[in-house]
Design a protein around this ligand. Structure first.
Ligand SMILES: *[C@@H]1O[C@H](CO)[C@@H](O)[C@H](O)[C@H]1NC(C)=O
Ligand SMILES: *[C@@H]1O[C@H](CO)[C@@H](O)[C@H](O)[C@H]1NC(C)=O
Ligand SMILES: *[C@@H]1O[C@H](CO)[C@@H](O)[C@H](O)[C@H]1NC(C)=O
Ligand SMILES: *[C@@H]1O[C@H](CO)[C@@H](O)[C@H](O)[C@H]1NC(C)=O
Ligand SMILES: *[C@@H]1O[C@H](CO)[C@@H](O)[C@H](O)[C@H]1NC(C)=O
Length: 619
């Protein structure tokens, strides 16, 4: 099986048609130097053998840069020992260039750290505007490329693709770009661009793809967008846009993808959007939309994904949604929607896989039968006023995530997960479940389990044992009635979050806690833990959050904890600790309250220790 171990792409796609003398050989040498060994993929990237994990520096990308140097196109491009470079300003002399692509792709697998830290840097040279024949420009994924989009780009009148995603570009979108009447793709997402979206973008009559997502753009969506008659994909998400969603977007008949999420848009969902018969993806989530979901939405027969979460929508879900034949992802959480759910849901939504109705004004009582009997992968019914015992899903093996938290479920848990063989994420926190936690059987693939704030009892040693799945990354069983000890941890676990706070767990913190070397959050506060803090805790170098407060832990806070450089928060309050607090950051600058109510802790941030005698006491 061949997959990309890593791909680092400083790809130079130089398609030279109208050539000058030296540019020709440049192109050919580039091609031959990158088409051997692990760089077999040629222009499109660099593939390495996962078996050896090796990448051939010589072929993969040092040589192309040497080539640039040898052709004196850019003397500043690279200094010999660093693999960082500037975009050669001399590129502008390659005036016959048609395609320029300087990108960075990272695929599956591990990226060697030396590669991960390589980025090109600098600014986009105004001389790039001299590439009059350029049809495609791709410069993406270079987080150290800053500065503004040069005004000279307005001279690139043959440009069809302008892709400058995921750099650190700033400033306004130059309205001079309006001269680029051949543009089909304009993608400036993932930068720091500010100001308003210039109306002139409405001039791009041939534009098919427009992404300005993930910037700092504010003001309204220009009504001039109605001229973009060929537009297929519009992504303005993750900006600061405000005002109404323009009615005129409903004229963009070819639109298949519309993402306006995570802005500050307000007003009602325009009914005109329901004329976009080719629309397959519609997301308006994380805005301030009000009013009802228009019942005309049932006309969007091509819709596969609809997300209106995190708005202020009111009224009932229109029955017509049930008639959407292709809808597989329906996300309506965090609005003010009301009962009852459409009756037609029980026979409709044939493609549904994922549904999120959480945190509305629903008072569902029980999980509707149509939902229990469907083959679904993601079900989120948190905060839907569900009662009684946990529901019996009749197709449990299809579920990959389930969230029933913040309801009023009672009774046991033991068999609930039993047949959910594909389950990865489960959340049933904040109910009134009473069950012996030792009786809960989980799928081997579970990665996240949140059962906090119930009335679970028993010992952890079944859930956390030498059989604990390597996939388990987060477990929160805080605020229950658990007893017993903290079990020993075997090597090779991947836990990042372990929250056992507010239970009745006794015994010591096992030395084997050091086996949890991926741990980022450890909370065992408010239990009955005794013994000392194991020195081995200091080897959890990824730990950011540590709470041991309100237990019966004695002895000294070991200096080994100074090894945890990532630590942001720690609390040792209300134990029986004594001796000098580790004198180094961050321990000596945490608030004194983090150490209060112990036996005899001293040293910054508390008063200075009185001498060695006291330190001995603490051992
Ligand atoms: C566009 O090109 C012309 C001629 O090469 C030049 O005079 C002009 O300054 C350029 N415009 C910009 C904005 O750089
Ligand atoms: C939409 O796409 C079709 C073909 O895919 C094309 O013929 C048409 O011009 C485009 N624009 C509009 C407004 O329909
Ligand atoms: C469904 O859509 C929501 C909102 O866009 C998204 O967060 C979620 O990941 C999607 N679900 C799946 C299973 O892709
Ligand atoms: C749940 O469903 C299964 C299979 O349909 C059935 O055997 C079982 O008795 C049901 N359990 C409850 C509590 O209804
Ligand atoms: C797991 O622990 C149990 C009891 O603690 C022990 O009998 C068993 O051998 C252990 N299994 C492995 C694989 O270590």
């Amino acid at each position: 099986m061949k997959f990309l171990m890593w791909v680092f792409k400083i790809v130079f796609i130089l398609t030279l048609f109208h050539l000058f003398s030296s540019s020709l050989s440049l192109g050919q040498e580039l091609r031959s130097s990158t088409s051997t060994d692990c760089c077999g993929g040629g222009w499109e990237g660099v593939e390495c053998d996962p078996a050896t994990g090796r990448w051939d520096e010589t072929h993969c990308w040092y040589n192309p840069i040497e080539l640039f140097k040898s052709h004196k196109i850019a003397a500043t491009f690279l200094d010999d020992n660093s693999l960082q470079g500037y975009i050669p300003s001399g590129l502008g002399h390659l005036s016959s260039l048609q395609t320029l692509s300087l990108g960075r792709i990272i695929c599956q697998g591990q990226i060697p750290s030396i590669v991960a830290s390589i980025y090109m840097k600098g600014v986009l040279s105004p001389t790039l505007g001299d590439l009059h024949f350029l049809e495609t420009m791709i410069i993406s994924g270079m987080k150290h490329i800053a500065g503004t989009i040069p005004l000279s780009f307005s001279n690139l009148t043959r440009l069809q693709q302008l892709i400058l995603d995921d750099n650190s570009l700033q400033g306004y979108i130059p309205s001079g770009l309006g001269h680029l009447s051949s543009l089909q793709t304009l993608s400036l997402g993932g930068n720091h661009l500010s100001g308003q979206i210039p109306s002139i973008i409405g001039n791009f009559k041939n534009l098919q793809q427009l992404s300005l997502a993930g910037n700092l753009l504010k003001g309204p969506i220009p009504t001039a967008f109605k001229n973009l008659v060929d537009l297929q994909s519009l992504d303005l998400s993750h900006n600061l846009l405000s005002g109404l969603v323009p009615d005129s977007l409903g004229q963009l008949q070819n639109l298949t993808y519309l993402d306006l999420s995570s802005n500050q848009l307000s007003g009602q969902i325009p009914i005109s959007l329901c004329n976009l018969l080719k629309l397959s993806f519609l997301s308006l989530d994380h805005n301030q939309m009000t009013g009802r979901i228009p019942s005309q939405i049932g006309k969007l027969k091509a819709l596969t994904s609809l997300s209106l979460s995190f708005n202020k929508l009111t009224g009932q879900i229109p029955e017509s949604i049930a008639g959407l034949p292709n809808l597989w992802n329906l996300s309506l959480s965090r609005n003010d929607l009301l009962d009852p759910l459409p009756i037609a849901f029980s026979k409709g939504l044939p493609s549904l896989l994922s549904i999120d109705l959480s945190y509305n004004n629903f008072n569902l009582g029980t999980v509707p039968e149509w939902l229990r009997t469907r083959e679904l992968s993601d079900v989120n019914l948190a905060g839907c006023k569900l009662r009684g015992t946990l529901p019996n899903f009749t197709r449990p093996d299809s579920l990959s995530s389930i969230d029933l938290s913040d309801n009023a479920f009672t009774g046991g848990v033991s068999n609930f997960f039993a047949r959910m063989s594909s389950l990865q994420k489960a959340k049933i926190s904040n109910n009134q479940l009473k069950s012996d936690i030792a009786g809960i059987k989980l799928s081997d693939g579970i990665s996240s389990l949140d059962l906090h704030s119930n009335q679970l009892f028993g010992s952890l040693s079944r859930i956390l044992s030498n059989k604990t799945s390597k996939f388990l990354e987060a477990i929160d069983v805080s605020n229950n009635q658990l007893s017993g000890n903290i079990p020993e941890f075997i090597d090779g676990l991947n836990l990042k979050v372990l929250n056992l706070g507010s239970n009745k767990i006794a015994g010591q913190i096992p030395t084997s806690i050091s086996n949890l070397d991926k741990l980022e959050m450890l909370d065992i506060s408010r239990n009955q833990i005794t013994g000392t803090i194991p020195i081995s805790l200091g080897s959890l170098v990824k730990l950011q959050w540590l709470d041991l407060s309100i237990n019966k832990i004695s002895g000294k806070i070991p200096d080994s904890l100074l090894g945890i450089e990532a630590l942001r928060h720690a609390n040792f309050r209300a134990n029986r600790l004594c001796g000098e607090i580790p004198q180094g950051r961050p321990y000596n600058i945490f608030p004194a309250a983090a150490y209060a109510h112990n036996l005899c802790l001293c040293g910054k941030p508390l008063p200075t220790c009185k001498g060695k005698k006291q330190e001995k006491l603490g051992q």
